[in-house]
Design a protein around this ligand. Structure first.
Ligand code: NAD
Length: 313
């Protein structure tokens, strides 16, 4: 049994990670100040011997007494609605928060995993995106606070590894969806589900021809744990390479629900990437990881697990 510290453990991905680590027999310390997460996401975990939640803001230095074997660093506002509302907080979590969490991993001699993002590739000029691509990011646009915080955090992780000898890893997460996404978090799948379930028009940005790849949460968490438990230090993409236009996604959502919501078009957000698809060759070769849940099944599982009312919000 290992002890795993999960920052952001009361968030969407973090709470699924806590569930999976517990189900594999580990002990979990969830560090989360509930900035964008919720106690509801971890309320079902009733195992005080193996699970604890610490309401701590990681922008300030923090420490835990017990030994820790793995540190999963997920805390950060993640949806555009959150980081546009919290631009300075987002930069501070990526910088101070990552410093403090890496310092803790160093003190505990724990293996460290940074939850990075496909946003480090910006509006990519290479398609699909391999880890060797350095990206095409606008540092001063409104999304820069998130993209650059994550790029800084990656640089920090590599410096702690090279200079301080910390055993680190970096997962570059591509769009992930599943139960516990907030209906109003602004991301495409919860928005489309909420609108289609309420029989309201589905709002697609631009002409809907921009592409994304959507990974179901259980696949993502399996890849994340496999990477943390490997000895690899360089970034690894984890995401589903099946690529959809936003218009196709809206149609898939309507089909999954049996809704005949009309599709309406809204202005494209600033610096919205035109295409996004992971090259997952490295994850396949290194971890033997491939995603297993196709979009249609994942949408169905999201609706069944979350229930219609909680998706409407
Ligand atoms: P989320 O907002 O649901 O979870 C983030 C969690 O971090 C929340 O519970 C929040 O309360 C916590 N948090 C934020 N600031 C904090 C602070 N200062 N101190 C302590 N806790 C703090 O988002 P998510 O979708 O679960 O994303 C988790 C991680 O994965 C983020 O780092 C995000 O950048 C990364 N990621 C997610 C996706 C995705 O598709 N969901 C894609 C790429 C990267």
């Amino acid at each position: 049994m290992s002890t795993c510290l999960v920052t952001g453990g009361a968030g969407f991905l973090g709470s699924h990670l806590c569930d999976e680590l517990l189900s594999r027999g580990h002990r979990v310390i969830c560090v989360d100040n509930l900035e964008t997460g919720s106690l509801q996401n971890i309320a079902h975990i009733r195992d005080p011997a193996r699970f604890a939640h610490l309401n701590v803001d990681i922008i300030e230095p923090y420490f835990v007494e017990e030994p820790v074997d793995f540190v999963y660093h997920l805390a950060s506002p993640a949806s555009p609605i959150d980081y546009l509302r919290l631009p300075l907080h987002t930069l501070k979590v990526g910088s101070y928060g990552t410093h403090h969490t890496l310092g803790l991993a160093k003190a505990k001699r724990a293996r460290f995993l940074l939850a990075s993002t496909s946003e480090v590739y910006g509006d990519p000029q290479v398609h699909p995106q391999p880890e060797s691509y350095w990206g095409h990011v606008n540092p001063i646009g409104p999304r820069g606070v998130y993209d650059e915080a994550k790029r800084y955090a990656e640089a920090l992780v590599m410096a702690y590894h090279r200079q301080q000898g910390v055993d680190t890893s970096i997962i570059r997460i591509f769009n992930t969806y599943g139960p516990r996404m907030r209906p109003h978090d602004g991301r495409a799948i919860p928005t489309f589900l909420r609108q289609a379930l309420a029989n309201r028009p589905i709002t697609v940005f631009g002409d809907g021809s921009q592409t994304r790849s959507f990974c179901f949460v259980s696949d993502l968490i399996a890849g994340m744990i496999a990477l943390a438990e490997s000895g690899h230090h360089e970034p690894v993409n984890i995401g589903n390479p099946d690529e959809f236009t936003l218009l196709q996604l809206a149609e898939e959502v309507c089909r999954a629900i049996g809704s005949d919501s009309e599709i309406v078009f809204e202005a494209l957000p600033v610096d919205d990437p035109k295409q996004r698809r992971p090259d997952i060759t490295l994850a396949k070769d290194l971890l033997g990881w491939v995603p297993e849940v196709p979009l249609r099944d994942g949408l169905r599982r999201t609706i069944d697990a979350a229930g219609v009312q909680s998706l409407i919000g």
